[in-house]
Design a protein around this ligand. Structure first.
Ligand code: FE
Length: 258
């Protein structure tokens, strides 16, 4: 029996027990969550666990004729790999900036190094914290298949999270492409160790998705709006920064002695 490109028989290991398989002759879909009543195949039976003589209930084509329609576990693995790949590129890129430009700048905290913390997939990208010896930022990276190469550097975008609205600045690097950054701390003089910075970053990722913080961020947005005149802009930015810091670090700042 010949196999076809994309046929699961070419490599049974690449489909998971959750994979939905489609008959390439008649487009019947075998869904393991449903099974196949016509052959008394109970719900929960993986395609790979079907009897050897099982064939398409619609057109009788044999199992070799089925292609992967959708495999949720394989999608999860793909996303995980994409996050690992993109955060690694981000870290390498900012390490190079450190060595090329920042190493001897006085604001550098030499107790710290570049590290990506807590990245996970959300609706509009991958969100996490980037720690560097001179800043800590929330970073939003493009999801698998999204092209952010046309982002306009310095363009500002307000992005909503359960804890409130945050202003992200668009940026592009030749190496990693487009990304969006929201400043949390800069410089990093108050941090005494990488571990401490990492704990703060992890706590920020929790607080970012905590809806109980909503009231305070809205207040900081109100303050910003009320004072949005060019002369006072720098003062307002400081206020907003302080408020955001308070919001995201308030619960644990004593603990880490910031
Ligand atoms: Fe069929």
């Amino acid at each position: 029996m010949s196999t076809f490109e994309g046929s699961y028989m070419g490599n049974a290991g690449r489909i998971s027990d959750k994979a939905q398989m489609e008959c390439k002759i008649c487009w019947y879909v075998y869904d393991p969550e449903i099974g196949d009543e016509t052959r008394q195949i109970s719900a929960g039976t993986a395609f790979a666990a079907l009897p050897h003589d099982w064939s398409c209930p619609e057109c009788d084509a044999d199992a070799h004729q089925f292609l992967v329609k959708h495999d949720p576990l394989s999608d999860e693995t793909q996303i995980k790999n994409d996050i690992a790949h993109k955060t690694q590129s981000l870290v390498v890129d900012f390490r190079e900036i450190y060595h090329a430009k920042m190493r001897d700048v006085p604001i550098i905290n030499h107790a710290l190094q570049v590290e990506a913390v807590g990245f996970s997939a959300i609706e509009n990208g991958y969100i996490g914290v980037l720690i560097a010896p001179w800043f800590m930022n929330l970073i939003l990276l493009p999801k698998l298949g999204d092209d952010w190469s046309l982002l306009k550097p310095t363009h500002k975008e307000t992005i909503e999270f359960p804890s409130g609205h945050y202003e992200f600045i668009h940026n592009i690097r030749e190496t990693i492409g487009g990304y969006k950054a929201c400043s949390l701390f800069s410089p990093m003089g108050d941090f005494t160790s990488q571990l401490q910075a990492k704990e703060v970053a992890e706590a920020i990722m929790v607080e970012l998705f905590n809806g109980e913080n909503q009231a305070e961020t809205d207040r900081s947005a109100d303050i910003r709006k009320a004072h949005e005149t060019p002369e006072e802009e720098s003062e307002i930015e400081i206020k907003a920064e302080t408020s955001r810091r308070g919001l995201l670090t308030g619960n644990f700042s004593e603990e880490v002695n910031l």
